[in-house]
Structure formats: C-alpha cells, structure tokens
Write a protein of this length. Structure first.
Lengths: 328, 480, 330
C-alpha cells in the first residue's frame, strides 16, 4: 500500500489502520456496538462495513461480556478480532473475559493457544459525560500479566500502534482519548508499523523530565514551551505502550535531569504514574535531585458541571506549578 | 448583638475549669441574674449567673474537658440572631491525644484534594543532619568534594546537586583518577609518553579530554622554548635559573587552575565583608625555639614556621571558636575540629593543602605530615580530600620579603592569617634600653558578616601572645 | 431399561458401541483414580469429579470430529477424555508436572488440548460459553464446517454471560451447541433454589431449539447430541441440549460426606443405582450386541491404561523454575 505523506485526524488514522489490516489479513474482523451500519459512535469505523461486508464488520447487541467472550473464542480458533467497547468505563462489564480469560489462557494452557485480540475503547474526561462515561482505567489493565496496554497520543502513533497491535498475537487493550479524535497530525509516506513497548521522545532537554500519556501530551508540550521561555529545558517523553513499559528510556532521562514529573489522566492514586515513579526511583535514586512527582486526575468521580470537571483533569497550569516547585 | 459567655476566673489561682452542667437549655430565653451553668474549679463548684438578657446558645457542653479561663463557651443572642458556631461535645482527651500524638483526619480536605500533596509534614521534626539530595551526594562523590561544605539553596533547606557543583567550582583543580581520562586523551598521552596524572583538569571532576592534554603540552613546550631561547642568547647551557632578559608577547587562556583561582578570589571578594588587622609582634622567642628544634638530634623533621603558626593558630581558635566557622546560607556552622589550610605557591598557581585536626596533634607529627603534603601539593599531586575541608587558612609571604598584606578569605572559612617576614629590628625594651630583636607582622583578614572587630582582635592578640612567648603553648602539647 | 428399548438408535456399529463403552469406562476409572490419589494427599489444588455423569460427555463427543471444538467447565476431565485426551498427560497435569497437557501451569480446572479442539476446562462458572460461541463465529467467518460444543451446568445457566452469548449465537446463527449438564446442583445449592422457571425455557425464549434427554442413558444422549450437532452444522444456528444427570461425588474433593450438609446418602444411593455405565453394559449384553468378555477386556485394558498414566505422571518432572515466566505473552 503506497500512500503519500498526508495530514489526518486521529479518527482517520485509526480508520486507515483498520482498513489496511483488514485488507491485508482476512482473519481480521471487527465486533462492537453500532460500528457497522452507523459507523461507530465516534465515527471511527465509518465506511468499513460497506467496504468489507457484514461477515467482517459485526454490529453486536449491547452485551460487553458476551462480545468479549465471543472475541476470545474467535481469537483462539483462527480469527483476529478487533473489538470496540464504546466507553472504557464499560470494560468493567467484560472484566472476566479480559482479565480471567483473554489475559490468562495462553499461560494456563501452557502455551497451547494465543489470543490475538485487540480491544479498542474510548477513555478520558472533558466531554461533560460525567462519572460513568469519562474514566481512564488503563492502570487496571496494566496490572494484569498477559495483557498489553497501548495509548497513542497522536495520529502517527495511533495508526502505527494499532497496526502493530492487530498483528501482535497477544490481547491488546488500545485506549483512545475520546477528546482527541479530531487531533491532526502528519502520517509518513507508505506503510509503517510503530513498535509496541517503545517510548517516544518528543522533546529533548536537560533540566526536567516530563513523562505523559495519551492526550496529556498536549498540556505537557504547552508547559514545555512556557518553560523554554524561562530557560528551563524540559525533556518530554510519551511511553506509548504502558505495559510492557519502556522503563529504560524513562530511567535514562531521569538520570540525566534528576527531576521527573509523570502526567496521566487516570485517578492519581494507585495509578500509572505511581508505577512509573516507583521504577524510576528504584533505578535512578542516586541521580534524583527531587522526589519523582505525579500528576493524575483528582481522586473523585468525574463531575458533570464543566467548571468542576475541568478542575479534575491535569492541566498545563498544574504541570508548570509542579515543575517550578521541583526546581525552586 | 451577641454577648459571649466565657469560663470565668473564680479565684486568683484558677487557670481553667470544667463545666459540670448547664442549668439552662440551648434556646432558652435568659434574663440577667439567671443561673446558667455550674463550674468546677480546684476549690469548689460554683453556679455562674447570666450578666445579660438573651437567647442561650451553648457552644461547649458539660464534660471533663479543662476549659481555660476566658474561653468562650456560649452566647446570649438577640432573639433574631442565629448562633454562629455548632455545638461541640467535648471529648475526654485520650492518653494519646494528651501526649500530642493524634491521628489526623483521613478524610481529604478540598485543599489536599486539589493539591494532591501526599508529602508527610516534617515540620517540628528535628533533623539532625543537613538534608541533601541523592544527586547532590553522588555528584560530590564523583567530584571528590565534601557536600557538607556546600551552601544549600533548596527550598526545604536541602543541598541540591547545583549547590555541590557551585561549591566544587570554588575549589582548586583535583588530580584525576585513572577513570577520569577520555579514551582519545589516553591514546594521546600514551603516544607522547606523558604521565597524565600531572595534567590539570579544566574543571574539577570532569575527566581529562584531548584539549587538556594539548594545553599541558603547549605549556611544556613554551617553557622549554623559554629555556631554549636563553640558551641561544647567552651561548651557554642554561640551568633555568637565569633571568630571561627580554619580554615576549604571549597569550594564555584562563583555564585550569588559574581560572579556578580567578573565580574563587572574585567570589570571595564580592561576598565577604573583609577587614584586615595588622599586628607587629616580637618573635624572637619563636625563632629561638625553632633553632633549638633544628639542632636537636632526635627531631627528624624540624617544624617549619607554617607548622608552628598552624599550631599556634589552632590553639588560639580553641579559645576563640568564633573564628573557626563558616557561613552556610542563613546559618553559621561552628566546626568541631580545626583544619588549617596552608597556602602554597606551586608552579601552576596557588594551592591550599589542609592539615587536619591541628589542635589535637603533636607538633612533630604535624611537621612530618606537612612536609610531605606540601611537597606533593607543589607538584600538583595532592589528593582531593587533602585540598578541601579546611576551617582556617594561613598564608606566609615572609620568605618573599613581605611584611603586612591583605590576604583574601578562603571561602567558606571566615578568616585568614597572613604571616610576614622575620626581620631583625632595634627594639626599645620596657626599661628603655635597646636590643636587637626579630619582629614579624601578622595580618588577619576576617569576615565581618560573621565576626566582629573586637573578637577578631582578641584572637589576633592571642596569636601574638603565643608567638611572643611560646612557653604558653609548648607546655600544653604532648611530645612525640 | 425401558428407555433403552425405545431407543431407535440401532444404527451404531459394534465398534461404535465398544468405543462409547470404552470412553465411559475410561472416564470412570480416571476419576476414581483421581479420587484415590488425591485422597492420599499427593495431588495439589482442587479436583472436581465427573463420576456418574460419563454418559453426557461420551454421548455428545461421540458425534464430534477432532476439528470440532469443545469447551468445558471446572469439572472437565470427562470432556477431555471423551474428546480423545490422553490420560497420562492429563494425570501429569493434575500433579502439576511439566509433562502435563498445560506444562503443569493450568491444573485440573484449566486442562486443555488444542490439537483435539478441546479449548479448555474453565475455572470461571460459565467461562467456556463465550469461548465456544466465539469458536462458532470463527467457523462461520472462515467458512469451516466446525461445530463448537459448550458444556455447562445448571449453576452456569444463571450467569449473565449465557444470555449474552446465546443471544448472539441465535442472532448470528452460529454453529454452537449448548449442552446443559443438569446434575441438580450448583455447588451446594439445588437448582430449584437457584433457577427460576425452566432452564431449557431460557434457550427457547432466544429462539434456540431445545431437547431434553435422560443424561444417564448413553444412547439417548448420543441421539439427542446427533440432532443438535447436525442442526448446528447445517448452518441453521445454535441448538440447546439439556441432559439430566447426577454427580456421585461431592462438588469437589473437599466436599466429603456431610461437610456441607446439603444432600443425603439416600439420594446418592438412588442415583448410583442408575449408573450409566452399568445400564449400558447390561443393555449391550442383554441385546446381544456385545458379549460380556469383550466388555471385561475393555475394563482391563482401560485399567492398565490408567495405571500406566499414573506411573507416567508420578515419574514426570516438575516444571523448571524458569517456566514461571514463559508463555505470559505470545
């Protein structure tokens, strides 16, 4: 597939990835609510049922556990299903299938089977969708051995990572930030795959390391711009794959700067930021000039009122505050 | 308008009391003179009357709680007023709470939610050592400096890596360890057959790079050229001690030791509030003492004047510890040992090796240590630890014919003693007769930020006393 | 005996009868040996015995090919044996040895043989339902003739997953057979205390054709299963087969005698008299289909097989410590 370099939104990038992989491998099928006829509630799978037919793109009933259960069985017997769970909050309904079945069947059967399954789901607050439609539950799934957890932050990574996820023979939970579907970016020419398990350096700097996931890249880059004006050079790194984590890249950066802030949209307590902070502290303790700092969402259910919801989400202001505290 | 009901003073010695019972109920309409509540003091139980009209609003209920005299326990409100506080049930303080060890509320306050600050509060917790970060200690280790001498700039009073680097920059260059040379530079020194340990670093702690080797070599060559030119001009083989009789245009980059000295001296000059005191003292007895040491067959290393002065200064510092101190940010540290730095002129510039624990050590032990140490320092072979950690410095220009001068303080110390030449002079004695005596001028520069003039003068005076009459301190030492 | 005489299934060959008998005896002897070995304290973990229910697994799997799929419950030894599993590798797995089917990493509750299409016993009640339905989806999408059978119990019929996947199977006409092994107990609770209405009625409500058979009659089960499997294989969608049976042993090995006090010995005795293997044996002999000595020969051969399986398992090595990290990811 030779495509020229072009600018797309994250939504379009994901759609392209699905198209290309379904074209390439007829065992790739899509399962999810409203993904076929209606093109998906976020319009990500638009046009795919028309192109590939109803045997490849299945509109399912509202039955998250059932959908995932079917997907696991299909993955064990020759298909490569990509399931869309409308909101990450609803993965709770499919917990057993993801945690007890998909994540463990390979190990429990002593390697007799593998589950080449991808679960795409929309997370993140800011949509005023309130507590049950706004959560960022990635840390839950990072906690389960056997799962791969991926969070792209831009169109290029979204497409490349999804293609890699579909080709990977393990169950992958692919978190898309629902507020970022319109985010634009340039895709390189031609076919490309983005490796799983590798972080990406967005900016280099010597003074402070800023580690950010998914949509947190944007307030972090904004903060980094502001810090440049203050002669503070921030290094910005996006882990991209949370589990397994490219902790070596993060640790090396921490050793260089001695100051680290981790930003993730999950609830701050017991979250992704805590694991990253722990690993960095364990490995780079002797090089730290400040304790590793974390910034997550407030430990409250996401409120409806826009003024309150905005308080709960990590912001550029808060990032700058913490960095200034660290370097004071 | 609300009238406060307070715990009354019911006796001159009463400082607190207990509310035994309220005689009226919250919301009751009270008239002046009504009995409101009963109080127990050490002496008795007394009923307290209302001194105003009003609606009773009870803030503190009856209970075991000791309430200080004057504390508000309720209000008498005008009928339309609302009580401003909720009624509080006094809790009999548990043993723990009485001791001040309480359990803070685990419910996060809005403050803590928004800050998400999970740091343990350490106020009130006595820290017995200077806080420092792992990065700072690691850097200090790498650079071979003592992190405790760095000035803390961290907002919690901690010494951060930048502070160690700042401090290290004030120190003279260190001799590199075998790990401190780049592969490229190592190849170069091997090819040239140079002992790289004698090469100066650009900055302390940084490893020797190719540039350092080149600088060193250029210096060697220019020295050789200078010697060679003498050879040609006089037609004789030069021993190197004859003066060069013409000037040469030469440019030398400010690098290495020179750069460090320049920076340190400037920093000291701009930071310190220097005052120099001059004292001329009759040193005849000291000179005689040294001569005696020289001819004593048992003494293998005769203490130099530097060692003698170091010893006298250290003993004077024991009596005047104010001058054995350093300023660290907002804090003055008085050291518990006397380490004397001895300024030494080396071919590369000024270096200051440090004699440790001078106050406690034997003169002859000091003498042999000093001889060896100073010799190595002159050759640039002193170890990093030997060039740091001083609490006072002495500098002797006597052998160069200088009397008094204004030495610059060696930060972070607070004083430096300059020693002038020993010179025979005609002195007028107490009985107005004259005699030939040996005099020397002592110049004490002190930092007026820490030390005032009078204490400094007293210290200098004491040193002069020691110089004038060595018997005062010789007897205090253990020999050998 | 009456149900045997009504049996129209006299199209089975001698070999097929012998095979059915052999499978049931293998299951019986395997489970009873597990009982014995476990009781001696050398088998770790949990064991859920299929004793008394042999006809269900045997009858259903007797209609399947090696490429057909089966998912099982926590009580899965019978299904794996009926699908062609090797008792030696099974026993090794139960003892946690590396020569076991799952390299010792799954144990009794997760035992599987993917090469035989047996997609695993499952420790989650109803856990196999989704997997079997998914296997049906893949057969349909890939255009294969594979049928997938999901064994589950009267406890699992009340798990939400059943409705979700059966609904999907019916909607999408997937080649799945749901076999309800109704032994009257979900752990220590009888079905009348856990299941409102009728179990099979639930499938009917989803437009899935159902049949109920005597689960202790191998021929009834075999016939009923033939119907269900053919229905599914024909592309007509899922089928539901309820087999009424009984487990002789406790829910698991820790459930002995009166520990949980939920059933009485009379009931057990009554059902033991309806032993499916005894019934079949008598039927074969009475109907002159097979002589007794042939059956006894099978008994001996199976006993030998099981003995060898136990020896194999006991002698097999435990997994190397490095195995703890393998097969987490593909």
């Amino acid at each position: 597939m030779s495509t020229p370099e072009h600018t797309v939104t994250i939504r379009e990038a994901i759609n392209e990835a699905l198209q290309e992989e379904m074209q390439r491998d007829s065992s790739v099928i899509l399962l999810g609510q409203d993904i076929g006829l209606a093109g998906g509630v976020f319009k990500v799978t638009n046009g795919l049922q028309k192109k590939f037919g109803i045997q490849r793109v299945w509109d399912t009933p509202i039955a998250e556990a059932g959908i995932l259960g079917v997907a696991v069985g299909a993955a064990m017997t020759g298909l490569r299903p990509v399931v869309e769970i409308m909101f990450a909050d609803f993965t709770t309904l499919a917990s057993d299938q993801i945690v007890n079945q998909a994540a463990k069947l390979r190990y429990m059967t002593g390697g007799q089977t593998s589950i080449p399954l991808v679960v795409r789901t929309a997370m993140g607050a800011g949509r005023r969708a309130a507590a049950q439609h706004s959560q960022s539950l990635q840390s839950w799934y990072c906690h389960i051995p056997g799962l791969i957890v991926v969070m792209p932050s831009n169109p290029e990574d979204a497409k490349g990572l999804l293609k890699s996820a579909i080709r990977d023979n393990n169950p992958v939970i692919f978190f898309e930030d629902k507020m970022m579907y319109n985010q634009k970016g340039i895709l390189p020419e031609g076919e490309y795959l983005t490796p799983l398990g590798k972080a990406r350096l967005h900016r280099e700097g010597d003074d402070v390391t800023l580690i950010c996931t998914s949509s947190m890249l944007y307030p972090t880059l904004e903060a980094a711009d502001q810090l440049e004006k203050e002669q503070i050079h921030a290094e910005v790194i996006d882990p991209r794959t949370l589990s397994p984590l490219d902790d070596q890249t993060l640790i090396r950066s921490a050793i260089k700067t001695g100051h680290v802030l981790v930003v993730d949209e999950g609830y701050q307590s017991f979250g992704v930021t805590a694991e990253i902070a722990a690993r960095i502290t364990e490995a780079a303790f002797d090089y730290l000039d400040e304790p590793v700092r974390r910034l997550g969402a407030l430990d409250v259910p996401v409120p409806f009122a826009p003024s309150l919801e905005d308080l709960t989400i990590p912001s550029t202001t808060r990032i700058l505050e913490i960095v200034h505290e660290m370097l004071a | 308008m609300a009238h406060e009901i307070v715990m009354p003073q019911l006796g001159l010695s009463m400082s607190s009391g207990k509310i035994i019972t309220w005689l009226k109920v919250d919301g009751d309409l009270i008239k002046t003179g009504d009995a409101l509540f009963e109080v127990e003091s050490d002496k008795a139980t007394i009923a307290v009357e209302a001194v105003h009209d009003g609606v009773l609003s009870i803030n503190i209920l009856a209970g075991d709680q000791d309430i200080p005299v004057g504390a508000v326990i309720g209000y008498l409100l005008a009928p339309s007023e609302k009580p401003s506080h909720e009624t509080v049930q006094p809790v009999a303080l548990s043993h723990d709470e009485k001791d001040g060890v309480g359990i803070t509320s685990s419910t996060p306050t809005p403050e803590s939610i928004s800050r998400q600050d999970y740091s343990i509060r350490t106020e009130g917790h006595k820290v017995s050592r200077l806080p420092s970060t792992p990065a700072a200690r690691r850097l200090a280790d790498d650079l071979g400096v003592d992190w405790r001498l760095a000035t803390a700039t961290g907002k919690r009073g901690q010494i951060k890596a930048r502070d160690v680097r700042q401090y290290a920059n004030t120190l003279p260059a260190v001799t590199p360890s075998p790990n401190d040379i780049s592969p490229l530079a190592y190849t170069l020194v091997k090819d040239l057959g140079i002992d790289y340990k004698s090469i100066q670093l650009q900055l302390p702690g940084k490893r020797i790079e190719r540039e350092d080797v080149l600088v060193y070599v250029r210096q060697l060559l220019s020295e050789k050229r200078a010697a060679k030119s003498t050879e040609f001009s006089t037609g004789r083989v030069s021993s190197g001690t004859e003066p060069i009789l013409r000037l040469e245009m030469k440019k030398q980059p400010v690098i290495g030791l020179r750069k460090i000295i320049a920076e340190r001296m400037a920093t000291s000059a701009h930071t310190v509030a220097p005052v120099t005191l001059f004292s001329e003292v009759d040193a005849t007895a000291l000179v005689d003492l040294r001569e005696s040491f020289k001819v004593d067959p048992i003494i293998s290393v005769t203490p130099s004047y530097n060692v003698l002065f170091a010893k006298m200064v250290s003993l004077a510092l024991l009596e005047h510890p104010d001058l054995n101190a350093s300023m660290n940010g907002d804090e003055i540290v008085y050291w518990d040992t006397v380490n004397i730095g001895i300024a030494v002129d080396s071919p590369r510039g000024l270096v200051v090796p440090v004699l440790r624990n001078v106050h406690a050590r034997n003169l002859f032990d000091l003498a042999s240590t000093a001889e060896e140490l100073i010799s190595r320092a002159k050759q640039g072979k002193a170890l990093p630890d030997e060039l740091s950690g001083g609490t006072f410095t002495i500098t002797n220009l006597g052998n160069l014919g200088v009397d008094g001068f204004t030495p610059i303080i060696n930060l972070p110390e607070c004083a430096v003693l300059g020693i002038g030449r020993m010179q025979k002079k005609l002195a007028v004695l107490a009985d107005n007769t004259t005699s030939v005596r040996t005099f020397t001028t002592l110049s004490l520069t002190f930092d007026h930020r820490l030390v005032d003039g009078a204490p400094a003068a007293r210290f200098l005076n004491r040193v002069c006393q020691f110089v004038h009459a060595p018997i005062l301190w010789i007897t205090r030492m253990t020999a050998f | 005996m009456r149900s045997q005489k009504k049996n129209k299934n006299n199209e089975l060959t001698l070999e097929q009868h012998l095979q059915l008998y052999r499978v049931m005896v293998t299951i019986r002897k395997f489970e009873e040996t597990v009982y014995d070995v476990y009781s001696r304290g050398i088998m770790p973990g949990l064991a859920h015995l299929y004793t008394g229910m042999e006809a269900v697994a045997t009858g259903v799997c007797g209609n399947l090919t090696p490429s057909d799929n089966v998912t099982s419950t926590h009580r899965g030894h019978g299904h794996l044996i009926a699908k062609g599993g090797d008792p030696a590798q099974m026993f090794a797995e139960l003892l946690g040895k590396s020569s076991g089917y799952n390299k010792g990493k799954g144990g009794s509750m997760h035992i599987a043989d993917l090469s035989l299409g047996m997609l695993g016993a499952n420790g989650i009640v109803g856990g196999g339902l989704g997997i079997a339905t998914g296997a049906g989806l893949s057969a349909k999408v890939l255009g294969q003739e594979r049928v997938s059978v999901a064994f589950f119990g009267d406890g699992a019929i009340n798990e939400g997953l059943f409705y979700e996947v059966a609904n999907i199977a019916s909607l999408w006409q997937l080649p799945v057979v749901y076999v309800l092994e109704n032994n009257g107990y979900g752990e220590y609770t009888t079905s009348d205390r856990s299941t409102a209405g009728s179990a099979a009625g639930r499938a009917e409500a989803l437009n899935i054709p159902t049949k109920t058979v005597d689960g202790n009659s191998i021929l009834d089960v075999h016939e009923g299963a033939a119907w269900a499997i053919n229905h599914a294989r024909s592309g007509a969608g899922p089928a539901f087969l309820e087999c009424k049976t009984y487990r002789w042993r406790g829910h698991h090995m820790g459930d002995q005698g009166d520990t949980y006090g939920y059933r009485n010995q009379d009931e057990i005795d009554t059902w033991m008299k309806k032993c499916p293997i005894q019934r079949y044996r008598l039927f074969l002999i009475d109907s002159k289909i097979l002589p007794e000595f042939e059956l006894e020969k099978v008994d001996e051969e199976v006993q030998q097989l099981i003995n060898q399986a136990v020896e194999f398992a006991k002698a097999a090595p435990y997994p190397d410590p490095s195995e703890v990290y393998t097969d987490v990811y593909a």
